[in-house]
Structure formats: C-alpha cells, structure tokens
Design a protein around this ligand. Structure first.
Ligand code: BES
Ligand code: MN
Ligand code: ZN
Length: 495
C-alpha cells in the first residue's frame, strides 16, 4: 500500500511497531553512528556489528539485507544494509524496510547530522520507500516516518534539509507511481481519449503548465501522417497531448523537449504479433506516461527550466481501415515513409512528435519509448539503450541515470546502417534488415526527424517491464527512465 513520508521525532518513532536502522556495511562489517541510542524501545542494540556478527546474521554489503531484532515488549528493530551508503544503497535499504514492515507503521532512523548530505539521503530514502510501496490494487495510504538523529538532537539545518529532501523524494516517487498506475491499466480501460483526459486532469491544475489535447481534426490539419496512419486501424480516436511548462515567461531559461510513445495497445496491426508477444502490450504507452508524469514532477519541484512535452497517443489495431504493408505516409516534416511492417509503429508516431519538437526550438530533445524487442534482446530487462547525437548530451543523460539508479548503456548510431532504410517509393522505409541491430536501426530512423538537433533517445522495451519485484522496482510496467528524465531536466535548472 502507498506510503506518505513524514518527518517525526524519535519519541514518535518509538510508538511504531517497526523501527528501522540503516547501516553502512563496508568490508563485511558495520558500525552504528554515535547519534544512535544504545537501546530502542525494549531492544538492546548489539555492542559491535563486526564482520563475524554481520556474517552470522546475514547482513552484507548487498543493500536490503537485514537483521530483525525483537524485544519482549513488542518493539521490532530492523538493521538494514544500505550497502556502502551510496544513493541507490539508501533507496534499496528503504525499499526493503517498507517490504519488511508490511502493513505496519514504520519509523526509519537517519543519522545524517555530520554527513552534509542529509537532504540527499532523505530524498533517496523517501524515493525508495514510496517506490517500493506501489500497489496497483490497494491504494490505502500508510505513513513512512523519517527520524533525523543527532547527538543530542539534529541541528536545525539538518532537520530542514531532511524535511525538504523527503518532500522532493516522495514527490518524484509519487510521479513514478502515478505513471505505473496508468501503464498497468488494461488497454480496454485506457484508450487514447481516456489516457489524454486523465493526464489533462492531473496536469492542468499544476503551476505554470499549459496542456492541450489535440483531436483527430487538429492532428490532420497539422499533417501528422504517421500518427493518423497508425491510428486508422482502430475504432478508438487518436489523440496528441501537447504540454508546456514555463515558470518565468520572458526569462531565457534552458528549454528541454520531451517526447514519449503512447501506443495504448500494440497488436502489431496487420503485421500481427503472435499471442505471446501481445500480452504485455498494454504497456506500450509507457513513454507517454513517463514524459507527462515527469512534467508534473518538474512543476511540483518548481525547477527553473522550460519544458515542452509531446505525447502522441493511439492504438495499433487491425480494423478495416488499418494501414497495409506497402502504404506510404507523409510525416509532419515532409518526409515520406513506406510502411513495410505495421508493427514498427512506434517510430511512425514518434517521427511526427519529434518533428513538432524541433519546431518548438528547444536546446535539446529527449524521447523515450518501448520501441524494439531487439533492445530487450541486447540488454535484458534491467538496462535501457541510450542513443545520443553527441557526447555532451550522452554524458549528461548517463550522469542522470547513474544518480537515479537506472542503468543505461550507450549504443552506437552506426551511420552505414542507415542505408537499410532506403526505399524505392518513399524517402525511407520503416524497417531495416530482419534480425540485425533492430534497436540501432530504429534509432537511425528517428534521427531523420530531429533536424540534427542535440537529441537523446531511450529505448526501454526491456526495463519498461519487470516479471518480478526487485527492490524498489515493481512487477509489471515500471516507468523505467522517468527519474533519469527528471534528473536530466533538473541538471538544466538554474539556481
Ligand atoms: N512495442 C513494440 C516493442 C516491444 C516489444 C516493447 C516487446 C516491449 C516488449 C514495437 O512496436 C514493435 O513491435 N517493434 C518491432 C519492430 C520490428 C517490426 C522492426 C519489434 O521489435 O519486433
Ligand atoms: Mn509494434
Ligand atoms: Zn509498439
């Protein structure tokens, strides 16, 4: 069940059934900070958490490993490893704490007075706790209490940093959980029109955001032939959400454009997928949910940066008006595309969206999409593929990914493979050679619509879904990449 994060005192925390102590484990041994009391409730803490004690109790450098200590009076104290104490160790430790507490209220002690990083630690702890509490079915909210410790009390500065960090971490994780909820909603309950209206409802009340939903007449008038083409096989109307965030109109802030693939269900179209491959395709709108949830968080964080979000939303079905292999579509930027495989639909709708993004004249464009099965084959379900038009953009996205605990691997845009997209009847075709470098060729296709702007592309077909809970990563649609995108945008925020 979802958690809300509060910052409370030690005395308050002692009334919780479960109290958690994060411990750093280095070279097999742990140590308790001087600010940690000798006993918590009716539980005496061990004198030395040396190597042999940790080994006997299974407390290791793997974040999330833990020791449960029970007192006679009913207090449960859990020592939970945060690995070597980096950001992701704290996220994973907080996630384990939430899972261990089950439905119980939990107090987590934070000895951060000396570290100087109190705000950052509180932020990632709140993030991990709220991410791990995602529950598609149960939405009752329980508290997750953070206790800043100091000897005898934390400084006012520490306390304030913890309150602010916790607020930011919870807010980011709640944006992720909102995206996860949309992503995991059955396609039958969330066609493009419904997805757009839920997003509009959430975004329109947030500061400095303007959101517009384009209907088919507007999409046609704007010449978005790729998006209309993909949608024409479905009885559900196509939409495009165009949203902007500008906290200081008139100030020349950095401007980031975000584009996300919003295929609410991908059957493959007439190039129909086999039943097995179709099962998870309600999550093919992950990119759209991610960029729109990112925008909500960016506004709530009050970042000083301009953002334009473009999210095309459609269904890829087989109705009697469906695209046929061999059909040619004209994209917003004027390029024509021969559609030889209707299952390579993501790139068609992104072509239009990227063309629109170029017209918004941003400093950098980032798109995110569950684009190719080939990405999953190459990197599995824990690592996304990153493509970037230049090394600076790549370095910036990689740094954001590292801070966020989301693994990215930069893949090459192999220029010579672009010839695979040559068409006899149009400017390019939508597939390359079968079975070779499918994720790379898809990225090369998208590049044709970026007008040589600074650009990064995240293919999350693999990590966008998980078959099991792993730490703070949920089973089902994960919204992988969302925190990296927020962090990336934050890196442009002034002051
Ligand atoms: N939505 C799929 C990609 C996908 C596959 C996402 C598995 C998540 C899990 C995409 O639209 C697609 O079908 N891509 C094709 C492209 C091919 C026809 C060139 C693919 O990867 O098979
Ligand atoms: Mn497809
Ligand atoms: Zn798709």
């Amino acid at each position: 069940m979802p958690r809300i994060v509060r910052v409370v005192s030690m005395a308050d925390a002692l009334t919780r059934p479960t109290v958690v102590m994060p411990v750093v484990v280095r070279d097999g041994a742990a140590a308790l900070d001087a600010a940690v009391p000798r006993s918590i409730g009716d539980v005496e803490l061990p004198e030395h958490l040396d190597e042999s004690w940790c080994r006997r109790h299974g407390l290791t450098g793997v974040a999330g490993t833990n020791v449960v200590l029970r007192g006679f009076g009913g207090t449960t104290v859990v020592l939970v490893s945060v690995g070597t104490g980096d950001a992701d160790g704290f996220r994973s430790g907080a996630a384990a704490s939430v899972r261990l507490a089950g439905d119980d209220a939990v107090g987590l002690l934070l000895a951060v007075d000396e570290s100087g990083d109190a705000g950052l630690i509180a932020r990632v702890v709140a993030e991990g706790a709220v991410l791990a509490s995602f529950d598609y079915k149960d939405t009752t909210v329980r508290p997750f209490d953070l206790v800043p410790l100091g000897a005898p009390l934390p400084s006012v500065a520490t306390h304030d940093a913890v309150v602010d960090g916790a607020r930011r971490g919870a807010l980011v994780a709640e944006a992720v959980n909102w995206a996860r909820q949309l992503i995991n909603t059955p396609a039958g309950d969330l066609p493009p029109r419904e997805l757009a209206s839920r997003v509009e409802e959430r975004l329109e009340r947030l500061p400095f955001i303007r959101v517009e939903t384009w209907t088919e007449s507007r999409i046609r008038a704007a010449g978005l032939g790729g998006l209309l083409g993909v949608g024409q096989g479905s009885a559900q109307p196509t939409r495009l959400v165009y949203a902007t965030y500008d906290p200081e109109p008139g100030t020349p802030l950095a401007h980031v454009a975000l584009v996300g693939k919003g295929v609410t269900f991908d059957s493959g179209g007439l190039s129909l997928k086999p039943a097995e491959s179709m099962m998870g395709q309600k999550t093919d709108m992950s990119g759209a949910a991610i960029v729109l949830a990112a925008l909500a968080a960016i506004s709530e964080l009050a970042l000083r940066v301009r953002v334009t979000v473009i999210a095309p939303m459609t269904e890829n079905l087989t109705g009697d008006k469906a695209l046929k292999p061999g059909d040619v579509l004209t994209i917003r930027n004027g390029l024509t595309v021969e559609v030889l495989n209707t299952d390579a639909e993501g790139r068609l709708i992104l072509a239009d969206a990227l063309s629109l993004a170029v017209e918004a004249d941003p400093d950098v464009i980032v798109d995110i999409a569950t684009l190719t099965g080939a990405q999953r084959v190459a990197l599995g379900d824990e690592v996304a593929a990153l493509y970037a038009s230049n090394d600076d953009v790549a370095a910036r996205v990689l740094a954001a990914g590292a801070r966020s605990g989301e693994q990215l691997w930069r893949m090459p845009l192999v220029d010579s493979y672009a010839a695979q997209l040559d068409s006899d009847v149009a400017d390019l075709k939508n597939i390359g050679k079968a079975g070779v470098a499918g994720s790379v060729v898809a990225a090369l296709f998208l590049r044709r619509f970026t007008a040589e702007r600074p650009w990064a592309h995240l293919d999350i077909a693999g990590p966008g879904r998980s078959d099991a809970w792993k730490g703070y990563v949920n089973k089902g649609g994960t919204a992988f990449g969302l925190r990296t995108i927020i962090d990336f945008v934050e890196s442009f925020s002034q002051g």
